[in-house]
Design a protein around this ligand. Structure first.
Ligand code: KL2
Length: 685
């Protein structure tokens, strides 16, 4: 949106004439002229931004630096050059002076398909957050096979009920303003920051958007013209941060692991695909909790700034399956879904229940997958405190599409689940119950007619940190939760100092929910038992050797050999966490730490504190007797992890001013992993 010539006049007027008028007319005019002057000043700034973007879009100049370094070429008329000069003098002093600029017309974006692939895997863990609970919660077969891949953040805020959202700004819709991604030719890396040109018409796609090149090669490309219509405009962001260097993320190639040579057999053909999980930060939540973003330049938290950056980032990494959280419904319908369709995705969306305006989306490339089934999952159940929140999930069954000539059935369907679990650090009970509902749906969707399971990928923002009980539950397939303080479940915060803390009681949900303690729908389990017993025999048996059952009640009369006898715990029975001894003498394998330097990786930065709360879990085969540091060991089955995008550490993100910043447009990092699904019979028939 550009304001035309009179803006310049306003600049001169508002600054010099304003004081005299105020003196003559009196204070009443303060209420008229002061706001007017402010408005005009804002308009002036907007004008210059706008002009700058237009100039940059048309410029062939190689003098413009930093975030505006990459531009498409056209001669700059003298008048425009003067304007540009004026703009640079006014505000560009803040721009970095170090980045080189691409030669005219060398517009480049490297897509992830052209990645260079780099070193290894990160392993990880946080401190042990376990208590000594007494009930074992089994997650059923599909769970015991789920395997943690990547994770993210912890939050540290008091949980309060948030006020109603202010009305949201909308993107003005007019002529289409396509934009192109451009990479300045810095060594090995990328440009930061986004801008969408304002007045530039279709034939002048502008300007720089989020882009990331891991490849020094310059391939002239441009983004497709998204059907984002309109006049989005971005302010120049004063910055001296070389975001693209700081926030560089290595690709970790895991397809060849020297210690596990049989993992990826060279002979097994694989259906390869990339999965992204990304909490894109709903704009309503920004506006609702603006205090959380005071560290950000106000312009970079605006949706009009963040949208193209987010799209650019997704486009760059080119996932085949995209699991998004915090997708605001109006943005999804009007902007995201149309843009994703342009990128070749088919999209599914589930909005949160209640008044919340955001939800989860799962998109998949229709050239690579066909939808077999789709299940939206609502966690809210009226009358149940443990399911009283509005979070949701989505479970899809996708058929991978093989190239023609291959038997379409030679590759197994893939179950993809996506969720955003409740944030509230005190309500781990709710988080667990939400996971249980999702897992029950996964169990239903991923179960084959033969009773085994299709491979499963579970993405999401679980609002729980690595090695928290919730994390361990997913990874190990069981959790003894009875008596556990609810705040412990997610490991986000330590509320141990508080006088009162809510404790988890078993069972966590009533049988009327129709879900067993193994997180399976009762109807799909053992229908013959329906209605006969409140708790199954297996459920009750699990208390037999729990910690409490092994302690002689003090009032029990001591009869030697009788009441002092301790039940023998069967070998397979899990030991209480408090006295657990690692049977494996091998050193604990830390997970969720970065490979070089051993810093903890994070996926989000609430209030400047890094945390890992985002994950892509995938189903794997448990290694018999495999346990290291309380962690079950797995090996890849038909679904193989081939690589992943490394995360970043808190200190690196702090150098970039936390999240979001002008380069990363969410308060979370995206997670990206590459998988291979075994193809069984190569030829059709
Ligand atoms: O942690 V998040 O951010 O996955 O990035 O998920 C929730 C929080 C999201 C949806 O509810 O909103 C954020 N303090 C800080 N952040 C909050 C709070 C809070 N009290 N409530 C919700 N969120």
């Amino acid at each position: 949106m550009c304001l035309g010539g009179y803006t310049e006049w306003c600049i001169a007027w508002s600054s010099s004439k304003w004081v005299g008028k105020k003196e003559r007319v009196g204070t009443v005019l303060c209420y008229v002229l002061l706001p007017a002057a402010r408005l005009l000043r804002a308009l002036r700034d907007a004008f210059f931004t706008c002009r700058k973007n237009v100039l940059l879009a048309k410029s062939t100049s190689t003098e413009i630096e930093g975030v505006f370094a990459a531009v498409r070429g056209r001669p700059v008329p003298e008048e425009q050059e003067a304007l540009l000069q004026q703009w640079l003098e006014e505000g560009a002093g803040n721009l970095p002076a170090s980045e080189s600029v691409p030669a005219v017309g060398k517009v480049s974006v490297t897509r992830a398909s052209d990645w260079l692939e780099g070193p290894e895997l990160l392993m990880t863990s946080l401190s042990d957050l376990n208590s000594a609970p007494e009930v074992t919660w089994c997650a059923g077969q599909q769970l015991t096979e789920l395997h943690a891949l990547a994770s993210s953040e912890t939050q540290d805020h008091a949980v309060t009920d948030l006020a109603k959202l202010p009305a949201e700004e909308t993107v003005a819709v007019s002529g289409s303003a396509p934009w192109a991604a451009v990479v300045p030719q810095t060594e090995h890396q990328v440009a930061g920051c986004a801008a969408i040109d304002v007045e530039v018409q279709n034939e002048d796609p502008a300007v720089l958007a989020w882009s990331l090149s891991q490849d020094a090669e310059t391939v002239p490309t441009k983004l497709p013209a998204w059907p984002i219509q309109g006049t989005a405009q971005f302010c120049p962001l004063p910055t001296e941060v070389p975001y693209h260097e700081l926030l560089w993320r290595d690709w970790e190639d895991l397809s060849v692991q020297p210690c596990v040579p049989e993992q990826v057999s060279e002979n097994t053909p694989l259906f390869e695909f990339r999965v992204m999980s990304y909490n894109i930060l709903a704009q309503d939540l920004v506006e609702q909790g603006i205090d959380l973003y005071l560290h950000c330049h106000p312009d970079i938290v605006k949706w009009n700034y963040r949208l193209p950056n987010l799209l650019q980032e997704i486009w760059h990494w080119d996932p085949d399956v995209l699991c998004l959280q915090e997708v605001q419904e109006n943005h999804y319908r009007e902007q995201l879904e149309p843009a994703f369709k342009e990128m070749g995705f088919a999209c599914c969306y589930k909005r949160r229940t209640g008044a919340k305006t955001d939800g989860c989306a799962v998109c998949y490339k229709h050239s690579r997958f066909q939808l077999i089934s789709l299940s939206p999952v609502e966690y809210f159940r009226p009358g149940l405190d443990v399911l009283s929140r509005d979070n949701v999930g989505l479970v899809l069954l996708l058929q991978p599409l093989l190239p023609e000539g291959l038997d379409p059935k030679a590759v197994s369907p893939l179950c993809v689940a996506n969720t955003h679990v409740l944030f509230n650090p005190r309500r781990g009970d709710i988080k667990l119950a939400q996971m249980a509902l999702l897992l029950a749906e996964i169990d239903k969707i991923a179960k084959t007619t033969g009773g085994s399971y299709y491979p499963v990928i579970l993405c999401g923002d679980l609002n729980s940190v690595p090695d928290s009980p919730l994390y361990k539950f997913i990874r190990n397939g069981e959790l003894a939760y009875s008596g556990m303080p609810a705040w412990k479940v997610s490991g986000q915060e330590n509320f141990s100092q508080q006088l009162y803390s809510r404790k988890l009681m078993a069972p966590l949900w009533p049988s009327s929910l129709g879900i067993t303690d193994s997180c399976q729908y009762v109807t799909l389990c053992q229908p013959k038992k329906l209605g006969r017993h409140k708790y199954s025999r297996d459920f009750l048996l699990q208390f037999q050797f729990c910690e409490v059952a092994c302690v002689r009640p003090p009032q029990l009369i001591l009869l030697e050999g009788v009441t002092d006898a301790k039940p023998d715990r069967p070998a397979h029975w899990p030991k209480p966490a408090a006295v657990a001894i690692d049977p494996d003498p091998q050193p604990f394998l830390p997970s969720h730490f970065l490979p070089h330097g051993g810093r903890q990786e994070v996926t989000t930065m609430p209030m400047g504190l890094g945390a890992t709360v985002d994950y892509i879990f995938y189903s794997a085969e448990p290694v018999e007797n495999g346990n290291r540091g309380g962690r079950r060991l797995y090996r890849d089955g038909a679904l193989k992890l081939l690589g992943r995008l490394s995360l970043l550490s808190e200190d690196v993100l702090l150098m970039a001013n936390g999240l979001p910043n002008s380069f990363c447009s969410s308060d979370h990092l995206c997670l990206l992993a590459s998988f291979g699904l075994e193809i069984s019979n190569l030829r059709e028939g």
